[in-house]
Design a protein around this ligand. Structure first.
Ligand SMILES: NC(=O)c1ccc[n+]([C@@H]2O[C@H](COP(=O)([O-])OP(=O)(O)OC[C@H]3O[C@@H](n4cnc5c(N)ncnc54)[C@H](O)[C@@H]3O)[C@@H](O)[C@H]2O)c1
Ligand SMILES: CC(C)(O)[C@@H](O)C(=O)O
Ligand SMILES: [Mg+2]
Ligand SMILES: [Mg+2]
Length: 352
């Protein structure tokens, strides 16, 4: 494993150079990787493994939309697509990719099929870390590890098809066979990770829950809404407010940050903008830091996981979720966004 310097701290990472696909294929050549669940991560990970020449099968409930999606994606019933129990029986590595709440319900069935030497793979530290809430306690004679792609399963697949790779963290919770390390790294490469950085189950779930509730999803929508509202209440049009809040960020400035960091993006804006941004960023940091402290505490005390379990296990979960998503979709901000997106030249019909 290479040790790299991350801003002054040395950390372990595994690159594709160190662990090429050919090595992953060799490690996994006698394994049957059973991907259980075909929601968001399931398709990304299963398809990337299939395209990478790994012996992968999918376990999914028959007569479900995602069963049909798996067929449309090229998995063949009776050959590479099975009912969940059949896939659990055939798999030597079980990739447990149901939603975190659904993993609780299916756990007794999964456990039954975890015979000695098999491996249980997660993409999140949730089930194991919060085992008092989930009841997920694996037998001692199986390997237990995770590869957690740091992004949506949709991006994992898209980036793979573009010849790129999303980065993932990996962790080993239990090494029963003595081969957990090569198995987990091989899987990490096979699912399309660009590189893998080391963590443990608890750190993965604490950081992941914080990130998605924070800057990645929750906080960003919150600050978009706040700035948009201020602009609108001061008489700015929806198009101006949206462009100055969201469109410029996603289309122009964040790609520059992704390429070369925040200072470089600042350096490529006007001296006027630089002055203002440098004056204001610490004020925003100080205003939001207490909220992030509250959030981390809510994660670390198990409040967030319990809330996810309680709400995501309800039978009308999908309907309630759709209503909450509709509230966002129908808001003026995102309706303005829809029009703005339609105006991007690449989204306009080509003129004859
Ligand atoms: N969504 C992502 O992009 C993402 C990113 C990183 C990690 N993860 C982790 O990956 C894992 C899978 O997440 P996901 O978002 O792909 O899951 P998901 O919510 O898309 O659900 C996956 C599958 O679970 C099935 N399912 C739901 N309830 C079921 C039940 N009771 N019995 C049988 N099947 C059931 C659904 O049909 C679906 O096919 C989770 O641990 C999650 O935290 C997800
Ligand atoms: C894609 C995310 C937000 O990184 C993931 O953590 C998830 O739970 O979907
Ligand atoms: Mg997450
Ligand atoms: Mg995440």
């Amino acid at each position: 494993m290479a040790k790299l310097n991350f801003g002054g701290t040395e950390e372990n990472v595994v690159t594709r150079e160190e662990f090429p696909l050919s090595k992953a294929q060799d490690v996994l050549k006698n394994e049957t990787v059973a991907v259980i669940g075909y929601g968001v991560q399931g398709p990304g990970q299963a398809l990337n493994q299939k395209d990478n020449g790994i012996n992968v099968i999918v376990g999914q409930r028959k007569n479900s939309k995602t069963w049909d999606k798996a067929i449309a994606d090229g998995f063949v019933p009776g050959e590479t697509l099975f009912e969940i129990e059949e896939a659990l029986e055939k798999g030597t590595i079980i990739c447990y990719l149901l939603s975190d709440a659904a993993q609780i319900e299916l756990w007794p069935t999964v456990k039954k099929h975890l015979t000695p030497g098999k491996a249980l793979y997660f993409s999140h530290g949730f089930g194991i870390t919060f085992n008092e809430q989930t009841g997920i306690v694996p037998p001692a004679d199986v390997d237990v590890f995770l590869v957690a792609p740091k992004g949506s399963g949709t991006s994992l697949r898209r980036m793979f098809l573009q010849g790129r790779g999303l980065n993932s963290s990996f962790a080993i919770f239990q090494d029963a066979t003595g081969k957990a390390w090569e198995r987990v790294i091989a899987l990490g490469i096979a699912v399309g990770s660009g590189y893998l950085f080391e963590t443990d189950f608890k750190k993965e779930v604490f950081s992941d829950l914080t990130g998605e509730r924070g800057t990645l999803m929750g906080c960003i929508q919150g600050i978009f809404a706040a700035q948009y509202d201020v602009l609108r209440s001061n008489g700015h049009t929806p198009s101006e407010a949206f462009n100055e809040t969201v469109e410029e960020l996603t289309q122009s400035l964040m790609p520059l940050v992704a390429e070369n960091g925040m200072d470089w993006m600042y350096a490529n804006c006007s001296t006027t903008a630089q002055r203002g941004a440098l004056d204001w960023w610490k004020k925003f940091r100080d205003a939001t830091k207490p909220v992030f402290e509250e959030l981390y505490n809510s994660v670390a005390t198990g409040k967030e996981s319990q809330r996810s379990i309680d709400s995501n296990s309800q039978p009308d979960y999908r309907e309630k979720l759709n209503a909450e998503l509709a509230e966002l979709r129908d808001s003026e901000l995102w309706q303005a966004g829809k029009t703005v997106r339609s105006l991007r030249p690449e989204n306009q019909a080509v003129e004859a």
